[in-house]
Every structure is written in structure tokens, then in C-alpha cells.
Design a protein around this ligand. Sequence first.
Ligand SMILES: [Fe+2]
Length: 135
Amino acid sequence: MEKIRWDQSFSVGVAKLDEQHSSIIDMINLLIENVEPDIRSEPISETLTRMTKYAEEHFEMEEQLLAQHAYPELLSHKEEHAVFCKKTAAFCLDTMSYKTSVPEEILLYLNDWWTNHILTIDMRYSSFFNERNIT
Ligand SMILES: [Fe+2]
């Protein structure tokens, strides 16, 4: 699977959020790099768990910032995050209990979800923050 390549099109224009998005993409790329069938499952499961925890912290910060500025689409945005959290919590449990390597299905989901989320859903608040000089 192709790794996700970070470029300017991913930038939402808020430095801290860009930094967090980029770290999340690094973790997903690490998973993509290591998805050999014979790889030990524990480090993979750890990376997946680390990414999930980091993503949750990131969502919290992003939502706080959106709430602070009364972003009109906050509720639907939070719902997107909640769906992701539920799905990845299930993935984490799966990889821990079955002790297998991360299946392609999980990587595809992570890859698709983050690319779409940043490039379409997050991008909607980009101009909103820009207009308010929040960088
Ligand atoms: Fe978001």
C-alpha cells in the first residue's frame, strides 16, 4: 500500500493542528511500512493504540478550538470523530486479542478516513479560522 504523502494541500492553516495531523499520518505510514504478514503483532498493535490515543487527544483539542469560536458545523464534525474513535477502538481490540498483524482492511480504513477527513471535513474550518486570524 502507498504511504500517505503530506503536502501543502493537507494544511488547514493552523500550525498546531497541521503538526498533529502530520504526526498521525506518520504513525499510519509506520503501520503501512510494517504490514508484513510475518511481523510480530505486538509492536504493530502498540503503534495502532498509540495512534488512536494521539488521535483522541487531537480531536479534543480541535473540537475545543472549534467550540471556542462557535464553529457552526461543530456537532457534525464531532460526530465524524466519534465514528472514527468507535471504529478504531474495535480495531485495537481485534489486533490485541487475535495477536495477528494488522490486516489490510484496517490500513485501508485509516488511510481513507484520514485523507478524506483532513482534505474535506477539516478543510471546511480552514477558511473559518483564517478569517478570524487563527493560525
Ligand atoms: Fe477533524
